[in-house]
Write a protein that binds this ligand. Structure first.
Ligand SMILES: Nc1nc2c(ncn2[C@@H]2O[C@H](COP(=O)(O)OP(=O)(O)OP(=O)(O)O)[C@@H](O)[C@H]2O)c(=O)[nH]1
Ligand SMILES: [Mg+2]
Length: 309
């Protein structure tokens, strides 16, 4: 029989992925977990809350915590997002700071390093230079030296989260560096986010990919209802909240073509994720002050009060 006092050679813990918006944090989380747990787009501020994805590496269970990008926040939602990112970092056993190889030490990255210097987190911080597929090797060495002169990083990795280069080395190091202890989740669990939230995120990703300018930043998606059907399929009803009356028509598109395309793409991905037939029903609602409603933040997994200006 196993008791809690027994010595164990397993390791487990939380690894927070932080960085500027668009650094590739969610791409890296999905790569390490081996499944799409967190949504990815080419736009900034895609991830809005902390998303946990779980990977097993040798005897270690690594709980990756994807976080919203860290930037200078202006709106309430932005402040809540940035607070969630720093919260993820301060709860972690190891922090990975992702820096884009081709952008280097931008003012935004320097501001994050300054916050780290002010002991915003106590965990060791690894520097993860991402998107190495976009630059020449010489540039990487210069960037690594420059960054390590600014902060005592525990380790430096050069990776391409999209293509996979360097991901195995990072996983190995994390597995060796996490504290000894029992695993935190059942071994077949890959995410710690309710299915209804994953489903809402998938729809938000498809909307973000199709809509332009400010609209993706001013909408939110909630799963209202999830009904299991006798034939093994599920009916999912979701609400898309937009902040302006004019945005509703844009989300619907001419003759409803935009929402139709979003729905088709989201349903396909949901079916792949759940391995079952899905009936997806989307409805668009204008709610001019949703960005100031505590309930919307709770639904997203954010702390409303963190957004107090
Ligand atoms: N070329 C290249 N592109 C990458 C790489 N990793 C991620 N990307 C791209 O970078 C963009 C942003 O990726 P995300 O994973 O959404 O970035 P993020 O840091 O989670 O962004 P936020 O959630 O907005 O903070 C996407 O278009 C990715 O496909 C990489 O290794 N190489
Ligand atoms: Mg992200």
């Amino acid at each position: 029989m196993k008791t809690e006092d027994q010595p164990t050679d397993t390791r487990a813990g939380f690894v927070a992925l932080i960085g500027e918006p668009n650094a590739g944090k969610s791409t890296l989380l999905n790569r390490m977990v081996g499944a799409k747990v967190s949504i990815v787009t080419h736009k900034v501020q895609t991830t809005r809350a902390r998303i946990r994805g779980i990977a097993i590496e040798a005897k270690a269970q690594i709980v990756f915590v994807d976080t919203p990008g860290i930037f200078r926040p202006r709106r309430r939602l932005d402040r809540s997002m940035v607070a969630a990112a720093w919260g993820g970092a301060s709860d972690a056993d190891i922090v990975c700071l992702l820096v884009e190889a081709h952008r280097g030490l931008t003012p935004g990255v320097r501001a994050i390093i300054d916050a780290l210097k002010e002991h915003k987190v106590s965990a060791p911080v690894a520097l993860v230079i991402n998107k190495i597929d976009r630059v020449k090797a010489e540039a990487l060495l210069a960037l690594s030296a420059e960054a390590n002169a600014e902060y005592p990083f525990a380790h430096t990795f050069m990776i391409s989260a999209e293509r996979g280069h360097g991901a195995a080395d990072l996983g190995e190091w994390l597995a060796q560096t996490l504290p000894l202890g029992p695993w935190l989740y059942p071994e077949d669990q890959i995410a710690d986010l309710p299915m209804r939230m994953i489903a809402a995120e998938i729809t938000r990703e498809k909307l973000t990919l199709r809509l332009h300018e400010e609209i993706p930043y001013q909408l939110t998606v909630e799963t209202e209802n999830w009904e299991e059907r006798k034939d093994g399929s599920a009916r999912i009803d979701q609400l898309i909240y937009v902040a302006r009356p004019g945005h509703k028509g844009i989300v619907l598109g001419k003759g409803g073509e935009t929402i139709k395309a979003v729905s088709t793409a989201a349903r396909a991905e949901l079916e792949e994720f759940t391995g079952r037939k899905i009936h997806l029903f989307l409805q668009v609602k204008v709610r001019e002050n949703w960005l100031d409603e505590a309930e919307r933040y709770n639904e997203m997994g954010l702390n409303f009060r963190d957004g107090d200006g």
